[in-house]
Design a protein around this ligand. Structure first.
Ligand SMILES: [Zn+2]
Ligand SMILES: [Zn+2]
Length: 399
């Protein structure tokens, strides 16, 4: 593994920074302390800082010694999740109900490591923008930064993202051209019937039976309407109705999520959901309110930039440790908004199988968004090296 020497020397210092961020998690658009810390470090290292894009976003501007036509963006996310940490190690969350369970503390640390390296090795032509975005976890901070003029104020050829991936070995990377994460969309279906005494159901209109029928019928979209080779998920995750054993309730509410890799499949599912909901409710004499919200689009890697990133990763960890055709997941990622605006590529860096876990960790190895997750500090030098080499090689390309 070819880790850049100076980055290796800062490993403890940057790991300490990571743990400090982990201990002080902040939720979407409230990343004030974290953004202060990032901006302070960047400035200490002589990097020009812009603040306020997307609310708490921070952009570091690292110019090479030579002017050049090229510019590249590297992006990390700052926010934590509204959930309880169950780890008891020294750097566990100090804020009840808030936790860095997705490793954004580590993403921030890896990008800071790269920013420090690049600021001290400016023998390149062009500009590197290090982008620290708020609110990845559902808030769409990436979109807010793009809407606030990220790419017009800081023109760049391409933008790159990276996420740690538990279960993949530390020292390995995974990526694929095309879709790598799904679109995420939420729905709320409100069914209104007419409540009655449960012993006299014929005097009312039962929304419970309607919800049950609808839940079954909606699954036929996945099995009967969707093309079999198009990935899609339709999960009904909540059905709320009723309050007593002897009462037919007035109404029922169903909620859930839809995931797809293409806009066409998403259009189809949304249209069929509304049709089936409307007709089922009509057949059962219930009224319907149908609400479908598109949150994050699919994260779609651009082919040329993915090939470029794969080349950089192979140079660092060897071809055997780069999986360049990983199976995409139905998770979602708001970096998708940046990839809609600019070419680029989003990669996974292996977080290991839990070997980094020691005393104070909760039960067993776990996935992201688990209360006993922790970012693996071993990755920091590798991630920072990838970012640095990616930027330097990108800028070194002929214009
Ligand atoms: Zn997450
Ligand atoms: Zn995440």
């Amino acid at each position: 593994m070819k880790i850049l020497e100076p980055i290796l020397a800062w490993r403890e210092e940057i790991a300490a920074l990571r743990r400090d961020i982990h201990a002080h998690p902040e939720l979407a658009f409230e990343e004030f302390r974290t953004a202060d810390l990032v901006a302070q470090r960047l400035q200490e290292w002589g990097i020009e800082v812009d603040r306020g894009l997307g609310g708490t976003g921070v952009v570091g501007i690292i110019k090479g010694k030579q002017a050049g036509p090229r510019a590249v963006g590297l992006r990390a996310d700052l926010d934590a999740l509204p959930m309880q940490e169950i780890n008891t190690f020294a750097h566990a969350s100090q804020h009840a109900g808030k936790m860095h369970a997705c490793g954004h503390d580590g993403h921030t640390a890896m990008l800071l490591g790269a920013a420090r390296y690049l600021s001290q090795h400016r023998d390149f032509a062009g500009t590197v923008y290090v982008i620290f975005q708020p609110a990845e976890e559902g808030g769409g901070g990436a979109k807010r930064m793009v809407d606030d003029g990220l790419f017009t104020r800081f023109p760049m050829d391409a933008v790159f993202g990276m996420h740690n991936w538990p279960g993949m070995r530390a020292g390995q990377f995974g990526v694929t051209p095309g879709p790598i994460m799904a679109s995420s969309n939420e729905f709320i279906i409100r069914i209104t019937g007419k409540g009655t005494h449960a012993g006299m159901p014929h005097l009312g209109v039962d929304p419970v039976m309607t919800a049950v029928q609808l839940a079954q019928s909606l699954q036929t979209i996945i099995t009967r309407n969707r093309a079999p080779l198009e990935a899609a998920v339709l999960s009904i995750t909540q059905i709320h109705t009723g309050s007593a054993d002897n009462v037919v309730p007035n109404d029922a509410v169903m909620r859930g999520t839809v995931r797809t890799f293409t806009h066409e499949t998403l259009d189809l599912i949304e249209r069929r959901m509304e049709e089936i909901s409307r007709h089922t409710c009509a057949a059962m004499n219930c009224d319907l309110e149908f609400e479908f919200t598109r949150n994050y689009p699919p994260t779609i890697n651009h082919v040329a930039e993915t090939a470029f990133a794969v080349g950089v990763m192979r140079d660092i960890v060897g071809a055997d440790n780069v999986f360049d055709q990983v199976t995409p997941t139905m998770g979602a990622e708001d970096f998708a908004f940046m990839l809609q605006a600019k070419p680029g590529c989003y990669v996974w860096i292996g977080n290991g199988s839990g070997d980094h876990r020691d005393a104070g960790h909760g039960a067993g190895p776990c996935m992201l968004h688990n209360g006993s997750y922790d970012f693996n500090d071993e990755l920091i030098p590798l991630g920072a090296t990838y970012w640095s080499q990616l930027a330097l090689k990108w800028l070194a390309q002929p214009a």
